[in-house]
Write a protein that binds this ligand. Structure first.
Ligand code: AMP
Ligand code: ZN
Length: 487
């Protein structure tokens, strides 16, 4: 059966045919690392995790790249506020992001890359854009000239004129056209900066993804992913840059998961509806979080509710109960020897084998239909209720049940609901993860206190508190411990 993906570029479902046979090349836009990941991020990145697991199940070799936006206005603003180096701030939150993803049971990315490690490559891309006549420089700033690219607006469906009328573009008198965007930003005093042919400065946000993707894939790749807010301007601008520099399309398929809202609104600190993954995991298990998100299709907006999480908890309990009933019937021995001989001895017409075949077919057809996880999940719950009807509890210690149960587990793990995650409560492994960074932050805090800069000292305390640490100021210095409920 063929996998169909909704491609934002064509606005329809298309069969997934990778550019290289059996090889799926994916680039997902990463986090701007200036704070802990929130539950909206979790929804998007857990979806990428399922996408990647399913492609793997379909037999593709999957190469998935993610970037860390480690230089950006928000990072500079936060590091100024805390009076710590931007590098330290970015490293701290990058570590926290991958640690949280791991806690949520996501597979590690094949390649992760920091934008600031590829500045020479970005400069090269900008030079190519200029050489090919798609950009211009004014006093140390470099801009992309959108009028030079006739396909500009094809992804978002906006025309250049509409963009200007709708005030969707940044106003800057020095730009030749209001919709032109920044490729290189000249440095303001005191900002982190790098040398370039246009003077000291830093790359614009969009250029990092065009450049790093080209660096790793060497050409057009299969899937470009980013939340719906990345569609415009980020991905539109990436397409324009990659064409201008290398003369090629950026990617074949564009995927844009919809956002998670809280209390029906976009999450923001000022609205008080901002929930980090770390906070969420104090009350809920990672598997409950995953199951919750899976129940809504990725292209449908979702509103986070406690009732929804409660329902997810109950659903997970149903799964766990089913697993223990079956394991009991199998006397705890789950694994079947998957050699040809033992497989050939299975009775294909046994009721549980018929049920398994039906389940797998429906599961695959749901996932093939643009990753319809709510339908896929429903097939697994049907499997559970139908198995009870067949009478799995009690006497049936059969090889067929053993086989069907293994296959059920395999389908569960495509959704990231691996058996060892089901019962796990979140733990944060601070000792291994980033205690060195915590120590550096504490040193900054001590220095701030010495100079009676209590605002900075409090901000650092708050940042570590949110991370699940409690600071204890003693006569011999500050100690930190992991807050009990974060363990
Ligand atoms: P950011 O660093 O916040 O710009 O976002 C990193 C990724 O998370 C991007 O792909 C965003 O589209 C996505 N994202 C941001 N907020 C949400 C949200 N509330 N729900 C789902 N995805 C989000
Ligand atoms: Zn990006």
């Amino acid at each position: 059966m063929a996998l169909n993906i909704f491609n934002t570029l064509s606005r329809k479902k298309e069969e997934f045919i990778p550019l290289k046979r059996n090889f799926a090349q994916i680039y997902v836009c990463g986090l701007t690392v200036y704070d802990f990941m929130h539950i909206g991020h979790a929804r998007t990145y857990l979806f990428w995790d399922v996408l990647r697991r399913y492609l793997d199940f379909k037999g593709y070799d999957v190469l998935v790249v993610i970037n860390n936006t480690d230089i950006e206005d928000k990072i500079i603003a936060r590091s100024n506020e805390l009076k710590i180096d931007f590098r330290l701030l970015a490293d701290f939150y990058t570590e926290a992001f991958y640690s949280d993803l791991k806690t949520l049971g996501a597979l590690p990315y094949c390649i992760t890359c920091n934008a600031t490690d590829y500045i020479p490559e970005m400069i090269e891309t900008i030079e190519l854009i200029l050489k090919n006549g798609f950009g211009y420089e004014i006093d140390g700033d470099v801009f992309y000239s959108v009028e030079k690219f006739s396909d500009y607006g094809k992804l978002s469906g906006f025309s250049v004129d509409e963009l200007v009328a709708g005030a969707r573009v940044e106003v800057n008198e020095r730009k030749r056209h209001p919709a032109d965007f920044t490729l290189w930003k000249s440095a303001k005093p005191g900002e982190p900066s790098w040398d370039s042919p246009w003077g000291k400065g830093r790359p614009g946000w969009h250029i990092e993804c065009s450049t790093m993707a080209y660096h790793f894939f060497g050409g057009t790749y299969d899937i470009k992913g980013g939340g719906i807010d990345n569609l415009f301007p980020h991905h539109e601008n990436e397409i324009a840059q990659t064409f201008a520099a290398y003369g090629i399309p950026l990617a074949k398929y564009f995927m844009h998961p919809e956002h998670l809202l809280v209390d029906g609104a976009k999450m923001s600190k000022s609205l008080g509806n901002f929930i980090t993954v770390r906070e969420l995991l104090k009350d809920w298990k990672p598997a409950e979080v995953r199951l919750y998100f899976l129940q809504t299709h990725y292209r449908t907006q979702m509103n986070f509710t406690k009732e929804g999480m409660n329902a997810s908890r109950e659903a997970l309990e149903r799964i766990s109960h089913f697993r223990s009933v079956v394991l009991n019937a199998l006397k705890g021995e789950k694994e079947i020897g998957l050699d040809i001989k033992s497989l050939s001895l299975l009775k294909n017409d046994a009721p549980i084998m018929n049920l398994l075949r039906k389940t797998k077919e429906s599961f695959i057809s749901a996932m093939d239909d643009d990753f319809n996880t709510p339908r896929a999940l429903a097939t697994l719950f049907d499997f559970i209720s139908e198995s009870y009807k067949i009478g799995i509890d009690g006497s049936q210690d059969s090889e067929e049940l053993r086989y069907a149960f293994n296959e059920f587990d395999r389908l569960m793990s495509i959704l990231g609901l691996e058996s060892d995650l089901l019962l796990t409560k979140a733990t944060f492994n601070w000792e291994n993860d980033f205690s060195k960074l915590v120590d550096i932050l504490l040193k900054h805090r001590a220095e701030a206190r010495m100079r009676r800069d209590f605002k900075t000292a409090d901000l650092i305390r708050e940042m570590l508190n949110q991370a699940g640490l409690v600071l204890e100021d003693t006569a011999s210095g500050t100690r930190w411990i992991i807050r009990e409920e974060s363990r």
